[in-house]
Design a protein around this ligand. Sequence first.
Ligand SMILES: [Zn+2]
Length: 280
Amino acid sequence: MELPEVEVVRRDLEKEVVGRRIKEVEVRPHRNAMRIIRRHARRKEFADLLAGRKITKVDRKGKYLILALDDGDALVVHFGMSGQFLRGTKRQSLPSHTHVVIEFQQGGDLRYADPRTFGEMFVAPADQLGKVRELDHIAIDPLEDTFTWQEFSAELGRRATKLKPLLMDQKFISGLGNIYSDEVLFAAGRRHDRMSDSLSSQEVRRLYRAIREVVLDAIRFTATTLADEAYVDLFGKPGEFQNELKVYGRTGLACRRCRTPIVTIKLSGRNSYYCPQCQS
Ligand SMILES: [Zn+2]
């Protein structure tokens, strides 16, 4: 899950769970469930911190979701490689790899499923939230107003590195990943191996705009679900941005802008897609 997927889930959670009071929380009995709540020593400790609390707000910081609780604590969630939330009811059987079930007093529940268990969730006390190291990172968030092109331009010059790995660097910018980096570079007309400090100020502006546009478009089209269906929304519905992709996964197909066949190369073991005509 990358930033657009996390933001779509955040918006859905805002509609679905804000204002609901948690009745009880079940951490499933299998051992993998403990990996998901690994910052807590015991299932009961985690469950007791949530029982009776109302969810008042859902924020996002990078790829972390922060569900604010009415006692000032927060439930912090990171989906890792394959985590997802699903809305359900008691009568619906739990999907496989469900690790945590949050049941609401008003009825209905929220399940956390995660086959690969790289994701996690934990309750941070109000006075500790500012001290969570992972939430204190300084990466650029493409959706925040504080992401200005001037700041972006200075950072690009300072890094002096190839654009694709830079866009995928979570310490530089949050949540673009492999797919959105390729789409951003196409939208900006830049190649994966252009050096970040070789861009003219016009090229920097175009890249900056491309980042915002691709992320906002992806959210508008409810994010990306590839053939592996690793991402679905709260109701199990796939996203639609995969139908809008311009280069990712389109090897040999005509560029949507110039009809030149899209090419693919392997970079750090992952496929990268670009148009040899439109990108330089
Ligand atoms: Zn092209």
